[in-house]
Design a protein around this ligand. Structure first.
Ligand SMILES: [Zn+2]
Length: 674
């Protein structure tokens, strides 16, 4: 272990690690050009954590370890904004935009040569206060004069600098920007929510807001939030002379700025840029609801000042609302793989942003009731956060049919006709019949998905066909399909039949974590599936695990343990596992071949910094020698391999009287057994 007798050398080492980690964060999250591996990053982080544990007096709030360090709170305190966070005035067409320019030039008394055109992110406005280059506080916009202190949650966003880069930033200043939820992560995130029995978010702005308002920063950290920055609260106190320069400075200081901003020298270019943006905006990874035009020179901005509500030197150009009206033909129920029954609208097909919309979500019964939406109504449709089409409300010119009635949730599942159940404290109505074919279809789709056993070519359409022909009723039936069964299906030829059968066969040897994920156990996502299989080594061992065993695992609480335990206890699921085994599905991790049994039955955990092996290598070695790799030390752990700078795991192992060996001892153990 490195000896730090000299306090100066410790704090120097800590400083170096912190600056290396923050540089890596900046390259990864802000510039999106990482130059070190995840492993190198993790190693630096674990070194820093270990050092800070040994020298807790050296922990500072801006240390990268403190991003998820905050403890849960019971509420947010109020923050007064030093400079009011004003909203922007709006224009809705080019005519109004030119009027705005005319008015602005009249106020200045001369033509304005330069403007900046920026995307208007549909997220949440926030304000960050920095003092001597360190993040002091982060707050919501609130009503503009006062917001809420959400510093701990904002610190979990990796693209927000805790410590600024460079040196020419003002001593005390406030930076403003917009937090958003990336579209690429939105759908998957909603699926997970539904899988966990939570209500999905209808758009990305609500998802971002929900994340920032988490009382537990550890929860907020799980949401993939990001942020763009575009202004300084008290810019007159800086030497910055233009908005263009301001964006550049923010970038130099380590903030993420939107690279799609335009410096406008010819105002007549603006309409073209806006029209192009309307056409291409769906390709962006965030929602925008317009563009913002700003006078470039800060002098001019100062001179123009604000009205009582908004600055005179900027305005938002709102995109035409992507709303259309159509007829709601019927309200039907769709079932997810966990049996949740969600009402949706069957629509007279209508074009929205170049996409034909035939159905739209209605969220739940409460939503339908509060908007009084009925079958036969003319309704307004919009794409929520540019993702999922939803019914907003009945249209103003709605000619409601005379015999229209309020929508009722059906009493029976529309697919299997068993009774639908609504439990107390559960927002959803559910079909709890595990044999229900609709649930089974969704489950098979999930089982075949990329994150699970990845059966290429087995999508929703084919699964529906296979069901209609009575060829499949469960996951196990997939493995009984023959080429004769498939050749008659719509769109199938010799080649596609062979490809599908090949990928079904290949799915038998996927890592067991993927199979566990594919089983669709409530609350068990792909990450937890990996943790479970790492910990238990085989599906049989997970099956045999008690409720208490499960709770030994990091991140598994009572709710999840119960869910897993209940799943494995269910007769149908037991039968499913038996059948899959008979069909030749591997229940052990085949990616690692066991070459020796010297560690057989041993649960092994690794901590600290290793010099001979990477984490992945030592994990595989343990498995090859018949042992089980555990991610945390528990009373079931038999051996702890401790590297340099081992922290709490080492202490815990010592307290529990677990055998502790160093890397060399492990290495010679391997060598003596090859
Ligand atoms: Zn059903």
């Amino acid at each position: 272990m490195e000896d730090f007798k000299e306090p100066k050398s410790v704090s120097k080492k800590i400083d170096t690690l912190r600056s290396q980690i923050e540089t890596a964060n900046h390259k990864y999250y802000v510039l999106q050009a990482p130059d070190i591996s995840d492993q190198e990053y993790d190693d630096m982080m674990s070194d820093l954590i270990d050092l800070e544990k040994r020298f807790p007096e050296l922990i500072t709030p801006e240390s990268p370890t403190q991003r998820v360090g905050g403890s849960p709170s019971t509420g947010f305190s109020t923050v007064l904004h030093v400079d009011e966070m004003l909203s922007l005035s709006n224009v809705f067409n080019m005519e109004q935009l030119y009027e705005w320019r005319k008015r602005t030039e009249k106020n200045i008394g001369e033509p304005i040569k330069e403007f900046i055109l920026e995307e208007k992110i549909d997220g949440l406005a926030i304000s960050l206060t920095y003092s001597s280059g360190l993040l002091l506080r982060g707050a919501t916009r609130g009503n503009g004069r006062q917001g809420e202190d959400i510093t701990e949650n904002l610190k979990t966003i990796r693209s927000i600098p805790l410590k600024l880069m460079g040196s020419d930033f003002p001593d005390d200043f406030e930076v403003r920007g917009e937090v958003f939820f990336p579209l690429s992560a939105f759908e998957k995130y909603n699926e997970e929510r539904v899988g966990n029995g939570e209500v999905p978010y209808s758009n990305t702005r609500n998802a971002a807001s929900g994340a920032l308002r988490q009382l537990d920063p550890a929860e907020a950290a799980k949401r993939p939030l990001d942020a763009f920055f575009y202004s300084i609260g008290n810019v007159r106190n800086t030497k910055i002379i233009s908005q263009y320069q301001l964006l550049k400075k923010l970038k130099d200081w380590g903030f993420k700025t939107n690279l799609n901003s335009h410096l406008i020298n010819n105002f007549d270019d603006v309409p073209d840029i806006i029209n192009k943006k309307i056409e291409t905006r769906l390709a962006l990874n965030y929602s925008i609801d317009g563009m913002v035009i700003k006078v470039n020179k800060i002098d001019f901005q100062e001179y123009l000042g604000n009205t009582s509500k908004d600055p005179r030197w900027a305005t938002a150009i709102k995109f035409p609302a992507t709303k259309v009206e159509t007829k709601l033909i019927d309200i039907k129920i769709s079932l997810g793989r966990t049996g949740v029954a969600t009402p949706y609208a069957v629509l007279e097909p209508v074009d929205l942003d170049g996409v034909t919309i035939k159905s739209a979500t209605l969220h739940n019964l409460d939503y339908i009731r509060s908007k009084d939406i009925r079958a036969g109504d003319d309704v307004v449709i919009q794409r929520a956060g540019d993702v999922i089409p939803q019914v907003v409300k009945p249209s103003n010119i709605n000619n409601r049919i005379s015999n229209s009635t309020e929508f009722q949730m059906p009493e029976e599942c529309p697919v299997c006709f068993s009774q639908l159940i609504k439990y107390e404290n559960d927002p959803f109505t559910r079909c709890i019949n595990s044999k229900c074919s609709q649930q089974m279809k969704r489950l098979i789709e999930h089982y075949a998905s990329k994150q699970s056993v990845d059966i290429e070519g087995l999508g929703e359409g084919i699964i529906n066909q296979l069901f209609e022909k009575g060829l499949i009723r469960s996951i196990t039936d997939l493995y009984k399909i023959t080429s004769d069964d498939l050749i008659d299906l719509e769109g199938f030829g010799q080649k596609s039949v062979k490809n599908l059968l090949d990928s079904i066969e290949k799915s038998k040897t996927k890592p067991i974590s993927r199979i566990v994920h594919g089983l669709g156990i409530p609350h068990v996502g792909s990450e937890l599936s990996e943790v479970l299989t790492d910990y238990f080594g085989s599906i049989d061992s997970i099956f045999l695990a008690t409720y208490e065993d499960l709770q030994q695992i990091d991140g598994v609480g009572p709710k999840i343990s119960e869910s897993i335990h209940k799943w494995f206890e269910t007769t149908e699921n037991k039968k499913l596992l038996e059948e899959l085994k008979l069909l030749g599905i591997s229940y052990k991790d085949l990616t690692i071949k066991t070459t020796s049994n010297i560690l057989s039955g041993k649960n092994i955990c690794v901590t600290g910094q290793l010099s001979k092996f990477s984490r992945e290598e030592i994990k595989n070695k343990i498995k090859m020698l018949g042992g089980k790799f555990h991610s945390s030390v528990t009373s079931n752990t038999n051996i702890l391999i401790a590297g340099e700078n081992s922290g709490t795991k080492l202490q815990k192992a010592e307290n529990l009287g677990i055998d502790i060996i160093n890397e060399e001892a492990f290495d010679s153990l391997i060598r003596s057994n090859v």
